[in-house]
Design a protein around this ligand. Structure first.
Ligand SMILES: NC(=O)c1ccc[n+]([C@@H]2O[C@H](COP(=O)([O-])OP(=O)(O)OC[C@H]3O[C@@H](n4cnc5c(N)ncnc54)[C@H](OP(=O)(O)O)[C@@H]3O)[C@@H](O)[C@H]2O)c1
Length: 253
């Protein structure tokens, strides 16, 4: 995908040490943005930053103090953040009753609280300049609900409504808020959560394709982008005919 030139823009990408985040960081850097990449694993993050030509800022987003300090580190260096890609996230597959307090807290902190804190930190500068791009990587799980992924799906549903609310709050002030709603992306996500992707469809798409869809949405003023596009259909059925949707979901999973 050919992204429009972003020379002089400053981008912060979370979850940039792997998968969709690494791909998004590469594309932003290729378009001329100055890119700050954040993630937990220092080696993988450094390698991604080196190959993208960006700056690595290791940070565990479960820690709210470190998360708040992340934006300050970019602001100290550049004075601005024009593009924030809230992509970092972790999954969990298994019964709710098997989850420990710390696992629930970590998922909520990384997937939901951290994007809220980072967005709050970059927004004043964006509003003052009258422009900014906020990207959120949600999930189809957050739109449809998934058995044995209740906490993960709950964080992604929260993220989606957060993005929607923020779009309303900043309307007419030059801020573009875009949510990518992926179904299945071919990244280490499933291995890390400890359970492989169990279905044949929807087929996994590449991390590069997911990053392209997100950035095309962000720079094409789109509110949401479903990947694959036909995922709009079950979302629409659930919204318009919830009882029918539940019956079908109960039958087909
Ligand atoms: N893959 C899919 O099928 C799929 C589908 C729907 C939505 N998504 C969403 O897409 C986003 C990107 O995931 P991915 O598929 O690219 O998976 P991935 O390859 O596992 O990448 C996840 C990224 O998030 C970072 N991360 C996780 N927890 C973190 C924490 N506590 N603090 C800081 N960074 C943290 C990881 O950092 P480290 O590697 O350094 O730990 C990594 O860079 C996630 O929000 C995920 O929920 C993925």
């Amino acid at each position: 995908m050919q992204l429009r030139r972003l020379d002089g823009a400053v981008a912060l990408v979370t979850g940039a040490s792997s998968g969709i985040g690494t791909a998004a960081a590469h594309r932003l850097a290729r378009a001329g943005a100055r890119v700050f990449l954040t993630g937990r694993d220092p080696q993988r993050l450094a390698a991604a930053a080196r190959s993208a030509g960006g700056t690595a800022l290791p940070c565990d987003l479960v820690d709210p103090e470190r998360t708040a300090g992340l934006v300050q580190r970019v602001l100290d260096d550049t004075g601005r953040v024009d593009i924030l890609v809230n992509n970092a996230g972790q999954g969990y597959a298994g019964a709710l009753t098997a989850m420990g307090d710390d696992q629930i807290a970590a998922l909520v902190a990384a997937n939901l609280t951290a994007p809220m804190l980072l967005t709050r930190a970059v927004l004043p500068g964006m509003l003052a300049r009258g422009r900014g791009h906020l990207g959120f990587v949600g999930s189809i799980a957050g739109r449809l609900g998934v058995r044995e992924e209740a906490v993960y799906a709950g964080t992604k549903a929260g993220l989606s409504v957060f993005a929607d609310s923020l779009r309303q709050e900043t309307a007419g002030r030059g801020i573009v808020v875009t949510e990518l709603v992926p179904a299945v992306v071919d990244t280490p996500f499933f291995d890390r959560r400890g359970r492989p992707y169990p279905r044949r469809r929807p087929r996994p798409v590449s991390a590069e394709r997911a990053a392209d869809a997100l950035l095309a949405g962000m720079f094409g003023n789109r509110s949401e982008v479903c990947l694959p596009r036909w995922m709009y259909l079950p979302i629409a059925v659930r919204a318009a005919l919830p009882a029918t949707y539940r019956r079908l979901a109960g039958r087909f999973g």
